[in-house]
Design a protein. Structure first.
Length: 279
């Protein structure tokens, strides 16, 4: 017969063993969680951003048990929208001036967490090849969004084609042109569509990523913005996310990968002078 004292002792032993087992299970789960693969979704324009993420960043994040899912977009609006909505965790395609303007116009609070690279703007030949001998009334295609148009006009000013009322205004528009000695016509179109205008205009000022998409390179440009100018500081492309995600370990891991010496080497070997590090 089991005495009451023996029964209670046995029960205590059983409960203690159960508690230890539960603790053991929790510890195992925590350990498993630390090696469990996580997913990071990033919206990007096709080239060079999506290419960089897929070819360079994804394999390195995989070694850290992070699956990088890249979603490609060809415009400048949707990547920010899907980042704000939480459909993706971050995006990689825009410079900080564009982001600031987007936030202002849309009442959003997206944040740039790290400057990654910049793509020099260039003036590319269309139906004409001689920029120095530009004819009166020549047509020049430029992007029509506020920040990229200002950047294009600064480059035209650098090339001596126009003079702006404020030579340092990063947000100049056609209305801010003070001197236009050749009476050029600025053909304002969506940034993504500028390369397609080359067959119809004399020259075009093209965003670096869209130039790459169109098979163009800095070496094809007649004039390239000066690296000593505002390019790196104002127009570096950032990894962008929400305030809630800016300290996320997955985001930090991606930033570390994209600001490494290995990444600098990759950019040089893959894109030459079309894509330059901004760090």
């Amino acid at each position: 017969m089991i005495s009451r004292r023996n029964f209670l002792s046995a029960s205590a032993l059983v409960l203690s063993a159960g508690a230890l087992a539960a603790c053991g299970t929790g510890a195992s789960s925590a350990a498993a969680g630390s090696t469990e693969q996580k997913t990071l979704k990033v919206a990007a324009s096709p080239s060079p951003h999506a290419e960089i993420l897929t070819a360079f960043a994804a394999p390195r994040l995989k070694d850290q048990n992070i699956e990088l899912v890249v979603k490609e977009y060809t415009d400048y609006i949707i990547p920010n929208q899907v980042t704000s909505s939480g459909e993706v965790d971050a995006n990689y395609y825009q410079h900080i001036k564009y982001l600031d303007n987007y936030n202002k116009e849309n009442g959003t609070d997206l944040v740039g967490v790290a400057a990654i690279h910049y793509e020099p703007f260039g003036i590319y030949p269309g139906t004409s090849k001689d920029l120095a001998g530009i004819t009166d009334g020549a047509q020049i295609a430029v992007p029509n969004d506020p920040t990229n148009e200002g950047r294009a006009l600064l480059l035209l000013q650098q090339a001596g084609i126009i003079t702006l009322k404020d030579p340092n205004n990063l947000e100049s528009t056609a209305a801010d042109v003070a001197e236009n000695p050749h009476n050029v016509t600025l053909v304002e179109v969506e940034a993504a569509a500028v390369p397609r205008q080359l067959q119809d205009v004399n020259f075009a000022v093209i965003n670096g990523n869209y130039a790459i998409d169109a098979g163009l390179h800095v070496s094809d440009a007649l004039v390239v913005e000066s690296a000593e100018g505002v390019a790196v500081k104002q127009y570096a492309n950032y990894l962008v996310t929400t305030p809630a995600n800016k300290d996320d370990e997955r985001i930090k891991a991606l930033v570390a990968v994209l600001t490494s010496d290995d990444f600098k080497k990759y950019l040089s070997e893959t894109f030459d002078k079309d894509v330059l590090p901004a760090f």
